[in-house]
Design a protein around this ligand. Structure first.
Ligand SMILES: Cc1cc2nc3c(=O)[nH]c(=O)nc-3n(C[C@H](O)[C@H](O)[C@H](O)COP(=O)(O)OP(=O)(O)OC[C@H]3O[C@@H](n4cnc5c(N)ncnc54)[C@H](O)[C@@H]3O)c2cc1C
Ligand code: SF4
Ligand code: SF4
Ligand code: SF4
Length: 496
């Protein structure tokens, strides 16, 4: 549909467009994010709302996607109208009574993970005899940095339990042990998934704790973006020469995983989360709760400065505990408006939408050519003629990227289906072009390439030893139904 959009100038419509644009100023939502999170992940419902609200977007019938026809200001209006995006603060962070920036006021607790708020709340609860036990997670003394869930009954043990271990901990098992040992009032510290387990055990009609009315549990939830499998990440650290028994603190901050020998000093080693992604627990890819939405009190670091915590009191009792702990000098608190809420919302959104990418499958082709053909004279790529309406076959079905592995003389080519339906019997042909001739043809047929799915092909470059890695590689793709849908020559040159 390429009809001209009606001129919207000087209309009440334009007034509301500008009004919302101002409201969204400074937010990071944009058309690019709409395409990345909603369209290219295949969860777009094709409702057309994005195109309907924006003067520079139109609906592309053939691709089944919105398409830019003018200059995008990045205002984010399209993103914020889309029924598939999650933008409402309560959808992102859950319900809460009030929030604080907090940190400890207890000298022995300084050196907690962030502001030491969780430990300080536990100290307050023990001193005030509001709990008779707490469930926390500590390091296994015999196996460095392995988490062990523990029942503790004193303030001293609460102080010893401070600090984060970025791995799953079987906290609910310890909680059930505490219940069996007849502890009646228990503070439970856990990640959002741990908190969900306890909430379900209380709320579900068949929940184990629902009918055990002698037990009260205060749920203290930790913000959580992801955790890592100890069986995978610790051997990696050890291979990197890190002595885990000497590491005093691990911390995730602004997309980086830091390791410290001195918790008050600078990290001795840092990795980007992307570098460690393969060690992430698979469950965390399916998780959408950053801020422990079902806790009484949620505590994290994002949104508050260094050595401080962002705290949400979600229930009446949660708010009373925080206020009284501050009143009795266990905690220093600052009001809700000191939280950098945009930072929390941004991270919460990343987590909510991460689920959209999990269904994407990657196909790796490692074997050699499946079909053979005689080398032939170069086929010139199809060229779109200016002014000629593109045929279906010339439309953009695939996006292609390359990555050169110079050591193994391998060109890794990724082809992604960029339309919302399956490409069937996709024939891919890769050849090296030398002057006018083709050599080393590599052909394969993919029976089905699902929407937004990627195929990775390792194409071996036929370059004699000692010669510079330089080549022109023609990549072509066609299907039975649409004919040739892609053709481009990739130029390979040695890195400068
Ligand atoms: C796996 C994981 C991922 C996290 N990701 C983020 C994040 O992305 N963004 C963010 O803002 N905050 C995150 N946090 C929370 C952050 O690390 C701090 O726990 C939080 O800010 C509280 O700080 P504090 O100084 O009050 O903690 P402290 O006073 O030091 O107390 C920490 C408490 O956490 C408990 N604990 C430690 N490890 C675990 C565990 N694996 N499971 C259950 N309980 C544990 C300890 O027993 C202790 O009671 C994460 C925490 C964990 C465990
Ligand atoms: S101008 Fe605003 S509404 Fe239009 S595409 Fe760009 S971000 Fe979306
Ligand atoms: S508003 Fe969202 S769901 Fe609707 S067509 Fe646009 S991207 Fe798709
Ligand atoms: S990301 Fe989710 S599943 Fe993973 S540890 Fe955190 S709360 Fe649990």
């Amino acid at each position: 549909m390429t009809e001209e959009k009606t001129d919207q100038t000087e209309t009440p419509y334009e007034y509301s467009f500008e009004y919302i644009q101002k409201k969204l100023e400074g937010k990071k939502d944009s058309f690019g994010m709409l395409m990345k999170e909603i369209v290219r992940t295949g969860i777009c419902t094709q409702c057309g709302t994005c195109a309907a609200v924006c003067p520079v977007l139109e609906w592309d019938d053939l691709a089944g996607q919105p398409k830019l026809i003018g200059k995008c200001t990045g205002c984010g209006i399209c993103y914020n109208q889309c029924p598939r995006t999650i933008t409402d603060p309560y959808q992102l962070m859950g319900d809460f009574k009030t929030g604080y920036v907090a940190n400890t006021n207890i000298p022995e607790v300084i050196g907690g993970q962030d502001g030491g708020t969780v430990t300080s709340i536990l100290c307050y609860l023990f001193d005030e005899h509001l709990i008779d036990a707490a469930v926390v997670t500590m390091k296994d003394p015999n196996n460095p940095w392995r988490p062990v869930a523990q029942i503790i009954t004193s303030k001293d043990d609460a102080i010893k339990s401070s600090g984060s271990i970025y791995s799953h901990s079987q906290t609910v098992e310890a909680l059930m042990d505490a219940v069996r040992q007849d502890f009646r009032s228990i503070a439970f510290v856990g990640t959002p998934c741990n908190i969900d387990a306890v909430s379900k055990m209380f709320d579900s009609p068949t929940g184990m704790l629902k009918y055990f009315m002698r037990c009260h549990v205060l749920k203290i939830g930790l913000f959580c973006m992801d955790s890592f499998a100890p069986e995978a990440i610790y051997p990696f650290f050890e291979k990197e020469g890190i002595d885990l028994s000497k590491v005093q603190k691990m911390d995730i901050n602004k997309g980086k995983f830091h390791l410290y020998y001195d918790p008050q000093g600078e990290p001795f080693k840092s990795y980007t989360i992307r570098q460690l992604d393969k060690f992430k627990s698979s469950s965390c890819n399916f998780c959408t709760d950053l801020t422990a939405e079902n806790a009484d009190i949620s505590v994290g670091s994002v949104g508050s400065g260094a050595n401080k915590n962002t705290v949400f009191a979600r229930t009446g009792i949660g708010a009373e505990i925080i206020e009284d702990a501050a009143e009795k000098d266990y905690l220093k608190i600052e009001p809700f408006n000191t939280i950098n809420l945009n930072a929390v919302l941004f991270l919460a959104k990343l987590k909510k939408v991460s689920q959209y990418t999990i269904q994407k499958r990657k196909v790796f082709i490692v074997r050699d050519s499946e079909e053979t053909e005689e080398p032939r004279i170069e086929t010139k790529p199809e060229v779109e003629q200016p002014g000629v309406t593109p045929t279906l076959g010339a439309r953009k079905f695939l996006s292609v990227s390359k990555d050169l592995n110079e050591k193994d003389k391998l060109l890794n080519i990724s082809l992604t289906n960029t339309i919302g339906y399956v490409l069937e019997d996709l024939k891919i042909r890769i050849v090296t072009i030398e002057e006018l001739f083709e050599k080393s043809p590599w052909i394969t047929t993919i029976r089905e390439l699902f929407p937004f799915e990627t195929i990775e092909i390792g194409y071996p470059l036929d370059i004699p030893v000692g010669e510079p890695i330089k080549a022109n590689i023609l990549v072509e793709a066609s299907t039975e139904s649409f004919g040739k849908i892609f053709s481009r020559t990739l130029k390979i040159a040695p890195k400068e």
